[in-house]
Design a protein around this ligand. Sequence first.
Ligand code: NAD
Ligand code: WQD
Length: 355
Amino acid sequence: MHKGFLRPVYGSYGVDSLLNILVTGGLGYIGSQACVALVQAGHGVVVLDDLSNSQRSVREQIEKIAGSEIHLEIGDIRDEECLCRLFNEFNFSVVFHFAGLKSPLESVAVPVDYYDCNVNGTLSLLKQMKRSQVKTLVFSSSASVYGIPAEIPVTEKNSVTNPSHPYGRSKLVVENILADLSSADREWRIACLRYFNPVGAHPSGLLGENPQTIPCNLMPYIVRVASGRLEKLSVFGVDYSTVDGTGVRDYIHVQDLVEGHLAALNYLECNSGFITLNLGTGQGVSVLQLIHEFENVTEIKIPFVTTERRAGDVAECWADASLAENMLGWKATRTLADMCRDAWRWEQQCLQKSS
Ligand code: NAD
Ligand code: WQD
C-alpha cells in the first residue's frame, strides 16, 4: 500500500498529528531537540534509541518543552524485529535518522563498531523502510566526509574521496548507499545533511550535550572549564596559517541545525530524489575567537595553555551554505554569542542537577 506523504495520522496520541515520524537516536544531543521542533510543528514522534549515548530522562525534557507526549522505544536500529514491530504499529511517513556513533577518535580504535552501527544500522533501517513503503528520509551526515577540504569555504562539490577517519568514511558509505537507492527508485525522497560543528543547547537549558567522559570537542570543553569541572583548556596548535594561528571551524547553533531539518522536510514534501546539503553558518571562527566570545558573554575567564596540534586536525574548515539557502530557504541566524550563552546555560543546569 502506498502511504501518501501528507497522509494525516489520527488518534496516535489522542490528538491529530500531521505526520508520524520515526526519529532514530532521538534522545541524543541533536535528535532530542529535533523531536521538540517536530512535536511543536504538530507531528507525532516515535523515538528509537538504544541509550548507548543518552539517558531515558531526556524524554521527559522533550515532553516538558514540547508540551506533548512522544512514544519511546528503547532498541537498536540493527534489531530488525524491533524495526518491523515499530513500522507495523505506527503509520510512519518519514524517518529522521540521527542514531549512530560519532567520535572520530574512537572510530580509529574500533572501526568495526563504527561501520556496524553506522552502515549496517542504516541498512537495516532502509530495508524496513522499503518493506513498509516509507520512502522519505532525513539523514545526519557530517562535514567530516570532506576530509582535508581542497577549497574553503567548502561547497558540496568538494571532493569527498578521502575522509580522515573511519567515522567520516562510515558517513560517506551511507551517503553513497542513499544516492544509489535514490537512483534505483525515484520515489525515494532523501536529504543528506552535512553538519559542520553543532554547538549550543536548547534555550530552555533543558536539552544539550552532556558527554559522559572528558569532552573531545571544543565548546563542551570550554563550558566545563568555565564551571570548574575541568581546570584549563589546551589549545591544539597555534601555528596554523589562519587568522591567529589556531584552528578555524564553522560553529552552528544546534537550534539552527534543527530548523534546517524542518526546512528539509518541507522540501521533501514537494520534491522526490536525493539532495546533499551543507548545514553551516558560512563563517569561520578560530579557537581563540571562540574563547574570547565565550569570555565576553559569560564574563568568565577561560584559562588555557597552548599545545601541539592534535593529530588529524585540519587548519580550517567552514561551509558554503548557499545551496541549502537556495534549495530550502533556510539560513543559520543565531550568533556566536547565542551559541556561547546557551551552551553555558546548559552547563549550569547540568551542574545544578548533579549537585
Ligand atoms: P548523540 O550521540 O548525542 O546522539 C545519537 C543517539 O543515537 C544517542 O542517543 C544514542 O544513544 C543513539 N544510538 C547510537 N547508536 C544507536 C543504535 N545502534 N541504535 C539506536 N540508537 C543508537 O549524537 P548527536 O551529536 O546528536 O549526533 C546525531 C547524528 O548527527 C549522528 O549520526 C552524528 O554522527 C551526526 N553528526 C553529529 C555531529 C556533532 O558534532 N554532534 C556532527 C556531524 C554529524
Ligand atoms: C574544533 C577546534 C581543535 C578541543 C569534530 C569531528 C567532526 C564533527 C564535529 C561529527 C579544532 C580545537 C578542540 C580542545 C582545541 N562531528 N580544540 N582544544 O575536530 O572540527 O570536528 O566535531 O560529525 O567529525 O571531527 O571539532 O570541537 O573537536 O575542534 O584546541 O580541547 O578546536 O583543534 O581546531 P572538529 P572540535
